[in-house]
Design a protein around this ligand. Structure first.
Ligand code: MN
Length: 209
């Protein structure tokens, strides 16, 4: 398992780990409200409708993703994967006052070996802005316990076809930024990376088995 998620039976969307206005002005309360209440919970409403009364009801979110991703009908996969990605996305964000780079430890050393925090942010920005259409930019720990940057399209979780262990993600679907930044994806991602990334969460993910 990639990280523990305490979610009540048959509910898949986590509670927001911050208040909806905590990330302003970098991400507005309006964006968080629409993104969480309409988009994220919307995926859950659709998924519950698709699996209600079927054998899929007993599956964990991760199992649903793994078992449905090669299905000709991609609706369960797309909605389950988007629920997972958004749960991980909320955990990847935090209020500006608590967004601090680590200064020592294994995660810090891995970032240094990669080229430093500035290179991480530059490469993540490149991944986010070069993703054509919707998708996600990821900071991951590789199977060799090195830092790497990835991008995936649409709903694809980075771990599905790789040994990558996700540390944090940036949502580059337009719904993540259009209310605040219109079409300026680069400005949005730069602002998020510099101000509201949860480096403590990334470090806990890095140190997890
Ligand atoms: Mn989103």
């Amino acid at each position: 398992m990639f990280f523990p998620m305490s979610i009540p039976t048959n509910r898949y969307v986590i509670e927001l780990p911050f208040q909806a206005d905590d990330l302003a002005p970098y991400i507005s309360k309006e964006t968080i409200d629409v993104h969480y209440e309409k988009h994220h919970k919307g995926y859950e409403t659709v998924l519950l409708g698709l699996i209600s009364g079927t054998e899929h009801e007993q599956y964990s979110l991760e199992d649903l993703i793994v078992h449905s991703h090669t299905s000709p009908d991609q609706r369960i996969y797309n909605n389950a994967a988007q629920i997972w990605n958004h749960n991980f996305y909320w955990k990847s964000l935090c209020a500006p006052a608590t967004s601090k780079h680590p200064t020592q430890g294994a995660f810090f050393d891995a970032i240094k070996a990669f080229g430093g925090f500035e290179k991480v942010e530059t490469d993540l920005l490149t991944a986010a802005t070069s993703q054509f259409g919707s998708g996600w930019a990821w900071l991951v720990r590789t199977e060799h316990h090195e830092i790497a940057i990835r991008k995936t399209g649409n709903a694809d979780p980075v771990w599905l076809n790789s040994a990558d262990h996700p540390l944090f993600i940036v949502d580059v679907w337009e719904h993540a930024y259009y209310l605040d930044y219109k079409n300026r994806r680069k400005d949005h991602v730069e602002s998020v990376l510099k101000n509201v990334m949860n480096w403590s969460f990334a470090e806990r993910q890095f140190n997890a088995a």
